[in-house]
Ligand binder design. Structure first.
Ligand code: 8OZ
Length: 360
């Protein structure tokens, strides 16, 4: 199929993008412990501005929402001041950038919380896996179930973060509702055992994610808000699947479509490139949504060309390939080989493997 589809412009709601290659959100853990990016982030994102759309690394909406050391936030003035030159650098290079709004819910550790508090979740069910703390990788702490009355406060934190994202000059926001974090914890019946209006029925389990989207769409307009889902992923926190992934996620997608969201971004299959697409009909999910669809998970140049040319997706998000190849779009255009950055440089550290590469 012709490669032209991948390199031509499209539109996600009100966001116009110059090609169909998105940079997927990538946690790089180089901010300080106040969630403030260092100036290295200006170069890092600026170098990757030829992507049609950059989705930032997951960014904490509040101190309570943090589950990993050295991840950035968007809830203090100092954090906004550090993000502003990042969005300027991307815009100066003709790119577009949205910030991914993140609350980890139960995927946190008491050492990362204010006053050593327990992380919060829909239900007091401990996650598996590990989170990254100042003392290294540790199992997530036992969470505390949120009281119904506390939920309005978290919605206010999302609203506040969305406002600050505007101040920082982003083109929009992506709501992180994937990978085992707070919104997905509400959505899946495996992690939500509540009996109030935020638990039980499908409508109730989707209520909190939908209220979050409403809150940020109030600030931005729905046509500058996207949302990321990973219906089949159990990778983070050993989060069990929902008992009816297709029905649950299609309901959410339909409601998001009715709200006029800019895009739906889907991790297809199991996280980190696994498959599972046979368990799930992504095209039916996309049809339920009805708007722009960004596909992600282990695509390469040819599969991206095929997927955009055939109409499988409106845009393809690439994660790992953007780590070692800031000029991924140009490399795809010229069919140049890709560089695999060393895995040890993915999380934490400085310029090496981030903005500078010891290519051999
Ligand atoms: C890798 C390491 C830490 C966090 C996600 C935000 O998977 C993450 C994440 C990925 O969405």
């Amino acid at each position: 199929m012709s490669s032209e589809s991948l390199f031509s412009p499209t539109r996600l709601g009100a966001i116009e993008v110059r090609n169909k290659i998105a940079m997927a959100p990538l946690t790089r853990s180089r901010a300080d412990m106040s969630g403030v990016q260092t100036p290295l982030a200006i170069d890092y994102y600026g170098q990757r501005a030829s992507a049609g759309l950059i989705i930032t690394e997951a960014t904490n909406i509040s101190r309570q929402g943090r589950g990993y050391a050295y991840t950035p936030g968007i809830y203090t003035d100092a954090q906004v001041a550090a993000w502003a030159p990042v969005t300027e650098a991307v815009h100066a290079a003709g790119g577009r950038i949205v910030v991914q709004l993140w609350h980890v819910g139960r995927m946190s550790h008491i050492s990362l919380q204010e006053g050593g508090a327990a992380p919060v979740a829909p239900s007091a069910i401990q996650a598996g896996g590990n989170v990254f703390t100042e003392a290294g990788y540790l199992p997530p702490s036992m969470p505390r179930a949120l009281a119904t009355e506390e939920i309005a406060g978290i919605l206010e934190d999302y609203r506040h973060a969305a406002r600050l994202a505007k101040e920082a000059g982003f083109d929009g926001v992506e709501v992180h509702a994937a990978n085992g974090y707070l919104l997905e914890q509400f959505l899946r019946d495996s992690t939500n055992h509540r009996d109030d209006r935020y638990g039980g029925s499908l409508e109730n389990r989707a209520r909190f994610p939908l209220e979050v989207v409403e809150a940020v769409a109030d600030i931005w307009g729905a046509d500058r808000v996207g949302l990321r889902l990973s219906p089949l992923s159990t990778a983070i926190g050993d989060t069990p699947l929902d008992s009816a992934p297709m029905e649950t996620h299609s309901y959410l997608a339909r409601r998001l479509g009715e709200m006029g969201l800019a895009y739906l971004h889907v991790v297809e299959g199991q996280l980190h490139g696994g498959n599972g697409a046979d368990l799930f009909d992504v095209q039916a999910l996309r049809a339920a949504f009805g708007g722009a669809y960004i596909a992600n998970n282990g695509y390469d140049r040819q599969r991206a060309i095929d997927a955009t040319a055939s109409g499988h997706a409106d845009m393809i998000a690439f994660g790992k390939p953007f780590i070692g190849n800031p000029d991924l779009v140009e490399r795809f255009q010229s069919q140049a080989p890709l560089y695999d950055a060393p895995v040890e440089t993915y999380f934490g550290g400085g310029a090496e493997g981030y903005t500078e590469f010891a290519r051999v």
